[in-house]
Design a protein around this ligand. Structure first.
Ligand code: ATP
Ligand code: MN
Length: 452
């Protein structure tokens, strides 16, 4: 049975016989023995292995080891005289499993750019940085479930193939067999697409189970080639019955702080790597966010601030226009220097399901904007009044017949309810300090690119 290197480096069972399995990072020969650094992906650190000429394959295999080769090693753990490590493994059996030709293996010792590594999405998780992102992402995903399960939220698996487009037409990938000619021949009897959000279905379950969340893949066919957009991404969407906008904002803030702190506590080495090499001062920034209340501001106030700003923006800002990323970043980076929750956006720029405020001009929406990224969370209180919802849908040109199930929720036992969507890759990006969202997901899909 192999032991994970992370466990060995934590428990340091000196004197014990262990076996490990991983990939060679480096090898150095000195006279009758070699130092071999092996990484097995369980943690950032490598385990140093000492192989000497007493091993039967020392000359034939070990001396020829090259970066990327997979190995299985048995040996005895010893205290290490070397600086920077406590233990090392003295090999008693050293098996080479799969060779990696040094002439062609693309991940050589030097640092590679993230752009270059994107072309190698099948090998990039073997690098320190992308391996660390994968571990932090996994931990964050676990922490999402932990946070909501600890609070008695029920997870709902909402569908990936959907017939409702809740964000407005144009962004959906169509699902077809490719053979249909008429609507009646559609596989589902009507046109269907990949989900852009699980919210509407999450609402169904919130109005039966109270507090729910859905967490899964989401697809947007928008042609935005930015450092914050993917065509396939993961979205976390909690939905809470008997909850107004205030309650919604509170849970979102509590959740974000919980997730940041969970990653710092449980992935300390990986986080230190990001702090050192990806974004200097990252840990201090994240801890500062955990310790401080988010700023709160209405959309109307935000627009006033932006109009007074000395900074020149590419896009004009006026009441009734949507905030662009440059505006969002200016507010969180320059004005408040912390995450801010912006509420009460104009009804005209937000979807039909957001609850209309008493002023009849704005809706009970809330976006959370963070430094470096802009919008990370978008949410709202949902319109629970049948008549108001109906007139908003008619205004938006939505076919009511398609949404009778959604209207039924307002017809039978309607309650005030709220929820939000957190873009999971934007969270991963924020926590790791990665400049581009393509490093926050294992296999990024963007317009023109879906390598493997
Ligand atoms: P943006 O204005 O940045 O495109 P949005 O208003 O379209 O965001 P929502 O529809 O509110 O976003 O989706 C909820 C959350 O999902 C966003 O706050 C963001 O974190 C994330 N998100 C939205 N679109 C994408 C995308 N294409 N790639 C990755 N994450 C996304
Ligand atoms: Mn968008």
């Amino acid at each position: 049975m192999k032991t994970r290197i992370k466990n060995i480096l934590q428990a340091k069972p000196v004197g014990q016989h262990v076996s490990v399995a991983g990939w060679v990072r480096t090898k150095r020969d000195t006279g009758s023995f070699s130092f071999i650094e092996v990484n097995d992906g369980s943690c950032l650190a490598n385990l140093q292995i000492i192989g000497d000429e007493k091993l039967e394959n020392y000359e034939s295999e070990i001396k020829q080891l090259s970066t990327g080769t997979s190995v299985m090693v048995e040996g005895v753990l010893q205290e290490s005289p070397a600086k920077g490590q406590d233990v090392e493994l003295h090999a008693t059996r050293f098996r080479v499993i799969g060779k990696a030709d040094p002439e062609t293996y693309p991940l050589q010792k030097k640092r590679h750019s993230f752009e270059f590594l994107r072309e190698l999405s099948h090998l990039r998780p073997r690098t320190n940085a992308l391996g660390a992102v994968a571990r932090v992402r996994s931990r964050l995903s676990y922490a999402v479930h932990k946070f909501f399960q600890e609070r008695e939220f029920v997870q709902v698996h909402t569908p990936i193939i959907t017939t409702s487009d809740c964000e407005g037409a144009g962004e959906m990938f169509q699902v077809t067999t490719g053979l249909e000619k008429t609507k009646a021949e559609h596989f589902f009897g009507r046109s269907a697409g990949l989900t852009v959000s699980g919210q509407l279905q999450a609402e169904v379950y919130a109005l039966a189970l109270g507090d729910v969340y859905t967490f899964g893949p989401t697809f947007r066919a928008e042609n935005s080639n930015t450092s914050r957009h993917l065509s396939e991404f993961w979205m976390l969407e909690p939905e809470m019955a008997f909850c107004d906008l205030q309650g919604n904002m509170e849970i979102a803030e509590e959740m974000l702080k919980y997730l940041l702190s969970d990653a710092m506590t449980n992935c300390p080495e990986d986080m230190l790597l990001f702090d050192k090499f990806i974004e200097k001062g990252l840990l201090k920034k994240l801890q500062g966010i955990v310790d401080k209340e988010f700023a709160h501001i209405t959309y109307t106030e935000a627009v006033e601030r932006l109009k007074k700003a000395k900074k020149k923006f590419e896009y004009p800002i006026d009441w009734g226009r949507d905030l662009q990323s440059e505006h969002e970043r200016y507010l969180s980076e320059d004005v408040f220097q912390c995450p801010i929750t912006v509420t009460d956006y104009p009804a005209s720029i937000k979807p039909f399901y957001m609850r209309v405020n008493d002023d009849n001009k704005t809706v009970a929406a809330m976006d959370i904007l963070v430094p470096g990224i802009g919008e990370i969370v978008g949410g709202s209180q949902r319109e629970e009044r049948y008549d108001v919802l109906e007139s908003r849908m008619i205004e938006a040109g939505i076919d009511l017949a398609d949404y009778s199930w959604y209207m039924d929720l307002r017809r039978y036992g309607s309650v005030p309810h709220s929820g939000f969507g957190l873009g999971f890759e934007r969270l991963v990006q924020f926590v790791t300090g990665m400049a581009n969202i393509r490093e926050a997901i294992a296999f990024p899909r963007t317009p023109g690119s879906a390598p493997c």
